[in-house]
Design a protein around this ligand. Structure first.
Ligand code: CA
Length: 236
C-alpha cells in the first residue's frame, strides 16, 4: 500500500518540491499550508505519516505535534519535523514532543525520502512496499502477489491488505475495531462483522496449502497472525 503523507508546509516552493518527490516515490500526498488546516485533515482521516514544518503561520509545528501526541487517536502517527533551525536545543525539543525524526533545511529530497522510508519501515511496515516472508507465505506488496511455498495464492484486494497488516504485525492480537481502522481506514463506518467475513475469505484462500491456521481467532479479543500452533481450535 502506498503511504498517505500529510505535508504541512507554508512555503509554496518547498511544499511543491517535497510533494513532487513524495509522488515520485509512490506516496499519496495531502497538503496543508498551516497547522489549522492540517488539524481538519487529520480529523477526517488519519495519514500514515506527517511531515511537519516547524515554523508555520498561526499554530506552530511544535504545538501541532504536541496536540497530535496528546490525543489518543493521533498519538501513534509517525511524525517527521522539518526545520530551518539547526540548533541542538530545537532538535531536543522536536524529539521531546514525540517526533520520530527531525530534518534540517536545506535538505536533499533524496535524504528526506530515505528518512521517510526508515520511519515508515519502523513505525508502519504495512505502508512500505517491502516483501514480507513469514510462516511459509511470501507477500509482495509491489507486485500484489502472494505465494504459499511456490504456489501462487489469489486474494481479493481487501484480503490482501488485511493479510499484509497481519503479517507486518505478527503474534499480536488485533481487535476488529483496530483492524477496521488499520485496513479499511479510520472513519470508515462499516460493521465489525465485516472483518469476520474477510477473515473467512482469507482463510479459505489459504486453506488449499494448509496455511489457514496462521490466521488465528483469539476468542473474545480478535485476530492474530501467528506461526505458533494454536492453543485452541480456531472459531470459524
Ligand atoms: Ca515555514
Amino acid at each position: 500500500m502506498p503511504a498517505t503523507i500529510l505535508l504541512v508546509e507554508d512555503e509554496p516552493a518547498i511544499q511543491e518540491l517535497i510533494a513532487a518527490n513524495l509522488l515520485r516515490a509512490g506516496h499519496q500526498v495531502v497538503r496543508a499550508g498551516d497547522a489549522e488546516t492540517a488539524q481538519r485533515i487529520v480529523r477526517d482521516a488519519l495519514p500514515d505519516l506527517v511531515l511537519l514544518d516547524w515554523m508555520l503561520p498561526g499554530m506552530s509545528g511544535i504545538d501541532f505535534a504536541r496536540r497530535l501526541r496528546a490525543d489518543e487517536r493521533t498519538r501513534g502517527i509517525p511524525l517527521i519535523m522539518l526545520t530551518a533551525r539547526g540548533e541542538e536545543q530545537d532538535k531536543v525539543l522536536g524529539l521531546e514532543v514525540g517526533a520520530d525524526d527531525y530534518v534540517t533545511k536545506p535538505f536533499s529530497p533524496r535524504e528526506l525520502m530515505a528518512r521517510i522510508k526508515a520511519v515508515l519501515r519502523r513505525r508502519a511496515p504495512e505502508s512500505t512496499e517491502d516483501p514480507v516472508d513469514l510462516g511459509g507465505l511470501r507477500l509482495d506488496p509491489a507486485t500484489h502477489r502472494l505465494t504459499a511455498g511456490s504456489t501462487p495464492v489469489s486474494l481479493g484486494p481487501t484480503e490482501f491488505r488485511l493479510l499484509h497488516f497481519l503479517m507486518t504485525h505478527p503474534e499480536r492480537v488485533h481487535s476488529r475495531a483496530q483492524l477496521l481502522d488499520q485496513v479499511w481506514g479510520d472513519h470508515v463506518f462499516v460493521e465489525e462483522r465485516t472483518v469476520d467475513v474477510h477473515i473467512r475469505r482469507l482463510r479459505c484462500a489459504l486453506e488449499p496449502t494448509h496455511h489457514d491456521g496462521l490466521v488465528q481467532t483469539v476468542r473474545g479479543s480478535g485476530y492474530r497472525f501467528s506461526t505458533q500452533t494454536e492453543s485452541q481450535p480456531a472459531v470459524r
